[in-house]
Design a protein around this ligand. Structure first.
Ligand SMILES: *[C@@H]1O[C@H](CO)[C@@H](O)[C@H](O)[C@H]1NC(C)=O
Ligand SMILES: *[C@@H]1O[C@H](CO)[C@@H](O)[C@H](O)[C@H]1NC(C)=O
Ligand SMILES: *[C@@H]1O[C@H](CO)[C@@H](O)[C@H](O)[C@H]1NC(C)=O
Ligand SMILES: *[C@@H]1O[C@H](CO)[C@@H](O)[C@H](O)[C@H]1NC(C)=O
Ligand SMILES: *[C@@H]1O[C@H](CO)[C@@H](O)[C@H](O)[C@H]1NC(C)=O
Ligand SMILES: *[C@@H]1O[C@H](CO)[C@@H](O)[C@H](O)[C@H]1NC(C)=O
Ligand SMILES: *[C@@H]1O[C@H](CO)[C@@H](O)[C@H](O)[C@H]1NC(C)=O
Ligand SMILES: [Cu+2]
Length: 555
């Protein structure tokens, strides 16, 4: 009898939460904060004075309300990276794409519901280079009473990987834009804001992760770096990958995680060594020869309970920065869980076959150091930011802001990864690609050797996509599709297109609005490696973009 009552009470408690989500309120005060990280005392832009910023936690189905108040001299906007924003594109956040920025002294309430997603994502500033210090984790728990599809971990920890400049990041990018050349690389990588004891600054001890022996922990790893893909390792321990970009994967074991800016990876860590201290290392992955990277490894410590602090730390050797095979093996191991409960809803028929050639270019610039400016492009279009938001222009039918003639294929086909054309010039434009509601898209992202081949982490807003294939060299439309994984391709929101190679993704345009697609290396976005899809409303009741909130910032 007693147990029956308990069951009934439990059901009564669970049901409302499952039917209707809770409302989660957050207040983000954007403020300057003095820091002493890496022997630098410069003030940085932060949320609530925290670096990394506060974690936004919700359960699947919850509505999140974040009031952002801008107390700094910069314009600001915040992007909820990977949140689908079904019909609520106004809350997506990229400045001049879905909203005008929140100007100094102003505020805006981001209002969105987390639908059909659970796992780790990140939020970050989506204007200028402010995301270097304005970022944090988004943790989406499954609905109440719904377990993970793997044994429940003893505890969870968030590990945010970042990049640190001793100088003001806005000065770094402004200096580069004036000279037309590449910006200075960062001075250190960080783990939860700490570089660890790097040679140029001894006062730093690094982030500490306390653990008990014989338990399983879940680490929510986030790459919030601006311009660098990273390797992540823990000395003496194997990691089991269970989720990427808030979608479950088939579990697989690895000793190295490869993670690009904008990506998230959940791993299980079993503390089976009993005692000791073990180095946690985040180091750059860059397999392009001509590109300089910050090669300083960030370190933290996994510290077993009861281990003396004088115990020497067991070290690990980070992979060489050009360890392409490690990255390839990792990428090829990723598979969506594709279970009955979490099916891979992969489009099998394709309405729009697109090929986007992505890379760098060089345009004349009279005031630049070498008479030319490095730019970046998709299909030879260097994207020009508008001065009012594209979503507003779309919703209110404001003419003259954008055109919808973005080329679905490179205007001139060439040997993308072979000898580069002599003419490295690009054209400029604010051009979008229009999709009807519910259209299916296959997009092949093809790296080019213009200036240099390079690995580009491409992020799509508003959708998850399935990664059906990847390869080196030029995509072959006859042969390569035969090798596509149409069974259990990994589902994510950011894909690292291999250096001198291609990745093929598929998605269904079931979210009306304007959705940014761009390289998540901030330097490439700044240079113009970006475009947007405009997805029309459908005919059904729940298939149109909602009207904008009344406090939407004005330009
Ligand atoms: C940072 O430190 C400087 C110099 O000590 C001080 O003038 C300034 O008010 C501080 N700023 C903040 C935001 O604390
Ligand atoms: C959030 O948006 C929903 C509609 O999507 C609306 O009903 C609700 O009133 C909004 N809440 C706030 C605080 O603006
Ligand atoms: C960039 O690096 C150069 C060379 O080290 C240095 O002179 C310059 O001050 C740096 N720029 C910024 C904004 O830190
Ligand atoms: C890091 O880069 C600097 C400058 O490019 C170089 O002098 C140094 O040897 C590199 N260190 C490692 C560990 O690769
Ligand atoms: C890109 O556009 C520029 C400017 O119109 C042109 O000169 C160049 O040949 C084009 N390159 C490619 C590869 O399409
Ligand atoms: C979307 O298209 C698929 C076929 O590709 C169809 O089965 C489905 O009913 C469509 N959904 C809507 C909402 O139109
Ligand atoms: C901030 O945004 C507004 C609206 O787009 C713009 O007019 C203004 O120039 C921006 N301010 C700065 C400092 O960039
Ligand atoms: Cu890029």
């Amino acid at each position: 009898m007693a147990s029956w009552i308990r069951v009934l009470v439990l059901v009564a408690c669970i049901l409302p939460a499952m039917v209707e989500g809770m409302i989660r309120h957050y207040k983000f005060n954007v403020v300057m904060k003095n820091t002493t990280r890496l022997c630098s005392t410069k003030p940085i832009v932060t949320v609530n004075g925290e670096f990394p910023g506060p974690t936004v936690s919700a359960r699947e189905g919850d509505t999140v309300l974040v009031k952002v108040v801008n107390h700094v001299k910069y314009n600001i906007s915040i992007h909820w990276h990977g949140i689908r924003q079904l019909r609520t594109g106004w809350a997506d956040g990229p400045a001049y794409i879905t909203q005008c920025p929140i100007q100094p002294g102003q505020s805006f309430v981001y209002n969105f519901t987390v639908t059909g997603q659970r796992g780790t994502l990140l939020w970050h500033a989506h204007i200028l280079w402010l995301r270097a210090t304005v970022h944090g984790a988004i943790v989406i728990l499954p609905k109440r009473g719904v377990p993970y599809p793997f044994p429940t971990p003893h505890k969870e920890a968030i590990l945010i990987l970042g990049e640190w400049w001793k100088s003001d990041v806005e000065e770094v990018i402004n200096e580069a834009l004036q000279s037309g050349m590449a910006p200075n690389v960062s001075d250190a990588h960080t783990i939860n804001g700490h570089p660890g004891p790097v040679s140029r600054c001894y006062s730093e001890s690094g982030f500490n992760i306390p653990v008990k022996p014989g338990k399983t922990y879940m680490l929510r790893i986030i790459n919030a770096a601006l311009n660098e893909e990273l390797f992540f390792k823990i000395a003496g321990h194997t990691l089991t990958v269970v989720e990427v970009d808030a979608t479950y994967t088939k579990p697989f074991k690895t000793d190295t995680v490869v993670i690009a800016p904008g990506q998230t990876t959940n791993v299980l860590l079993t503390t089976n060594l009993g005692t000791g201290k073990y180095l946690v290392a985040a180091s750059p992955f860059m397999d392009s020869m001509a590109i300089f990277v910050d090669n300083v490894t960030a370190t933290a410590t996994l510290h077993y309970e009861g281990t003396l602090s004088t115990t020497p730390t067991t070290l690990t050797v980070p992979p060489p920065r050009n360890a392409t095979p490690i990255a390839t093996t990792f990428m090829n191991s990723l598979r969506s869980l594709n279970s009955k409960k979490y099916p891979a809803k992969l489009p099998l028929t394709i309405d729009h076959q697109l090929l986007f050639a992505i890379g760098l270019g060089l345009n004349p610039c009279a005031t630049c150091a070498r008479g030319a400016r490095v730019v970046a492009d998709i299909n030879n279009v260097t994207f020009v930011m508008p001065t009012v938001s594209l979503l507003q222009a779309h919703f209110f039918n404001i003419g003259g802001v954008f055109t919808d003639d973005f080329p679905g294929n490179p205007p001139i086909a060439f040997d993308y990864t072979g000898t580069q054309p002599t003419n490295l010039a690009t054209m400029s434009g604010t051009r979008l690609y229009r999709l009807p509601y519910n259209a299916t898209v296959q997009l092949v992202l093809q790296d080019t050797g213009m200036i240099t081949p390079e690995n580009h982490p491409i992020h799509l807003h508003g959708f998850n996509f399935f990664v059906v294939g990847r390869g080196v060299g030029n995509f072959n439309p006859e042969k390569d599709p035969k090798k596509f994984n149409l069974l259990d391709p990994v589902e994510r929101n950011t894909i690292a297109v291999p250096s001198g190679g291609w990745s093929a993704i598929r998605f269904r345009a079931d979210n009306p609005g304007v959705w940014f697609l761009h390289c998540h290396l901030e330097v490439h976005t700044t240079w113009g490696l970006k475009m947007a899809f405009v997805v029309d409303n459908g005919k059904g009741a729940d298939e149109s973009l909602l009207p904008p909130p009344s406090d939407l910032p004005k330009c």
